[in-house]
Design a protein around this ligand. Structure first.
Ligand code: AMP
Length: 139
């Protein structure tokens, strides 16, 4: 399948769709997931038109990993989460729903189950408050 320039994350990267931004550098962009599976659920995307890991340029794969390494501790600290799950889905069969590669950073707490994937819109004020805390933890 050819990369669709009109997928929602491509639009976010172009500034054609809104996002609650957490971090940006020359090769990556990070923002809040609007249908979070847990409070603080964040996404990191490369600034490269790839649907999945198999299409992704190596330098951008490395850049995405670096940004995850930078952002995950900030999410952990800001959300006071004992555990952090990192996930990256490739293909519909794996659960992928947006076809611009992305890495999920999802806080986990003992006894709190994940919410369903990409299902329920969060309250935007709550997401913005979480984003403020995460950016403060990023320094
Ligand atoms: P995946 O199923 O791995 O492709 O994940 C896509 C993720 O993108 C899901 O967790 C969705 O909740 C999230 N998502 C979909 N649309 C948006 C959007 N406009 N802004 C932020 N996150 C989104």
């Amino acid at each position: 399948m050819a990369y669709d320039e009109n997928n929602i994350f491509a639009k976010i990267l172009r500034g054609d769709a809104p996002s609650i931004k957490l971090y940006e550098d020359d090769k990556t962009f990070a923002f809040m997931d609007v249908m979070p599976q847990a409070p603080g659920h964040s996404l990191v995307i490369p600034k490269f038109p790839a649907e999945n890991l198999f299409d992704l340029d190596e330098d951008y794969a490395a850049a995405m990993a670096r940004t995850v390494k930078k952002l995950a501790p900030a999410v952990k600290k800001a959300m006071e989460a004992p555990g952090i799950m990192i996930a990256q889905l490739n293909g519909a069969e794996a659960g992928q729903t947006v076809y611009h590669i992305h890495t999920h950073i999802i806080p986990r707490w003992d006894g709190i189950d994940l919410k369903l994937h990409a299902r329920e819109m969060a309250n935007m004020d709550e997401l913005k408050a979480q984003a403020e805390k995460i950016m403060a933890a990023l320094g």
